[in-house]
Ligand binder design. Structure first.
Ligand code: TRP
Length: 457
């Protein structure tokens, strides 16, 4: 039974769609995770970067197209979109399970994504009111630890961030999500350009670029290759219904292939540019980039302290990160909210706040997992790590794999050709990559993450 979909919103233009999808893609992943993954792949950073870019093109782009295809064809939230397309193509309605994994997985990610975004709001606030001044690496670490060990402080900023997220989603697809992206994304880009130029002047851009594109091959560790692949996946928001939900509001005229090229290119470009700015400062002030997840919050504050105008730079930098995180978090909340409104006819505002509430509660538990509950471990992981691991290392790859199989092998060429209007050769290329390379690539990431990671180190 196809569900009624006639009164659904549609993005106001093709560019609006490109904008919101870039907004979803560019987030903590591109800035925070990218810089520390690159920093951590010491000796083969260039390899990590190149693998990441190749995977964006080879795995990310084809899947991005496949997810949007399902959303647009199915004209509904991820669950309904899967049901509708499965019915149209004569497949089992069990495929809707994929939609369920997506809408719940996205909420799981949101619960800890919001907490980490809260750290950025905290540092932004600190920069604004008194400036983050640290003189040594020890002081920087102590300042970071002081935040992490304070559940009230973590909870407060997590709450602020959840309100920002739900507030946008509550206002609707065009009036909320599209409008917010239309303001934030151009600003984000402007600030980034400013930061990059500023970083180049104050820091050491040649060294940063040399570091990022150093293709020394004798230092390749297998883990670096897989990290690049996994990161391409996360940074394009794949496998969690977010892109599918956005795609469901896309008009029929827009060419999915061309649009996705823009999205993937812009996403990785912004990631690289922010990496260049971050590493310029890191090297310019004689710091080492291999600081792990704390790179942005422990290494950069040192540079901010030393550099001229550092406080202003810090304010802009954290504002940039907050915009990036905010436009991503709304895409994590939207799939579930659209399901609630479409399935039960609940008003959007109520659905948005009602969904945000349990996610917020789970996020509070995540806040506690860093301090009061840090002894409480499940499979040797605190709650934060458990959620991150389950969602990004298990659910995302598995559902990405399922999407590739579904569109590549089950949906049937008639539907696929009808949605992806590419020239014959481009189409064949895309379709074959989706059918063969994507599943193999993801299977590799998955096996590595689950079993080989520790073994290969
Ligand atoms: N792409 C975002 C980032 O890089 C994170 C993100 C947003 C995401 N929506 C998603 C990841 C959906 C997976 C699925 O920070």
């Amino acid at each position: 039974m196809s569900q009624a979909t006639s009164s659904r919103s549609t993005w106001s233009s093709r560019w609006a769609f490109i904008l919101v999808t870039i907004g979803s893609a560019v987030g903590l992943g591109n800035i925070w995770k990218f810089s520390y993954l690159a920093g951590a792949s010491e000796g083969s950073v260039g390899v990590f970067v190149v693998v990441y870019l190749v995977c964006v093109a080879l795995i990310g782009l084809p899947l991005l197209m496949a997810e949007i295809l399902i959303g647009r064809r199915g004209r509904g939230n991820p669950v309904v979109a899967m049901l509708n397309t499965a019915e149209e193509s004569g497949n089992s309605s069990w495929w809707a399970l994929l939609g369920w994994v997506g809408i719940f997985g996205a909420l799981m990610i949101l619960s800890f994504y919001s907490v980490v975004s809260g750290w950025m709001v905290d540092y932004f606030w600190q920069s604004l009111v008194e400036g983050v001044y640290v003189n040594t690496a020890e002081e920087a670490k102590a300042a970071y630890d002081a935040m992490i060990s304070d559940p009230l402080r973590l909870g407060l900023w997590h709450t602020v961030f959840m309100i920002l997220t739900a507030g946008v989603v509550a206002r609707g697809v065009v009036g909320g999500i599209e409008a917010a992206n239309k303001i934030m994304l151009p600003l984000l880009f402007l600030i980034l350009v400013l930061l990059t130029i500023w970083g180049a002047v104050a820091g050491d851009m040649p060294k940063a670029l040399g570091f990022m594109f150093n293709l020394k091959t004798e230092a390749i560790k297998p883990g670096v290759v897989i990290d690049g692949m996994g990161h391409a996946f996360f940074s394009l928001s794949l496998g969690m219904g977010a892109i599918m939900a956005y795609g469901s509001y896309l008009d029929k005229k827009t060419n999915i292939g061309h649009t996705c090229v823009w999205i993937a290119a812009a996403g990785s470009f912004i990631g690289l540019l922010s990496g260049a700015a971050i590493f310029s400062l890191t090297f310019g002030y004689g710091l080492t980039p291999a600081a792990g997840p704390g790179l942005i919050l422990q290494t950069l504050p040192l540079a901010f302290t030393y550099m001229p105008g550092g406080r202003l730079f810090a304010i802009f930098f954290f504002l940039f990160v907050i915009f990036a995180a905010w436009t991503s978090s709304i895409s994590l909340l939207e799939p579930f909210v659209s399901w609630l409104t479409e399935r039960y006819g609940i008003r959007r505002a109520r659905a948005a706040w009602g969904t945000a509430l349990p996610v917020w509660l789970l996020g509070l538990a995540v806040c506690l997992s860093f301090n009061k509950w840090s002894e409480f471990k499940i499979f040797g992981r605190i709650l934060f790590e458990l959620l991150d691991h389950l969602a990004t290392r298990v659910m995302m790859p598995l559902s990405g794999l399922a999407i590739a199989i579904y569109v590549g092998w089950r949906l049937g060429k008639v539907i696929v050709v009808d949605e992806i209007r590419l020239k014959q050769r481009a189409f064949t290329l895309w379709f074959n990559v989706l059918r063969f390379i994507v599943p193999v690539g993801i299977t590799l990431i998955f096996l590595y993450e689950l079993v080989l990671r520790d073994w290969l180190k």
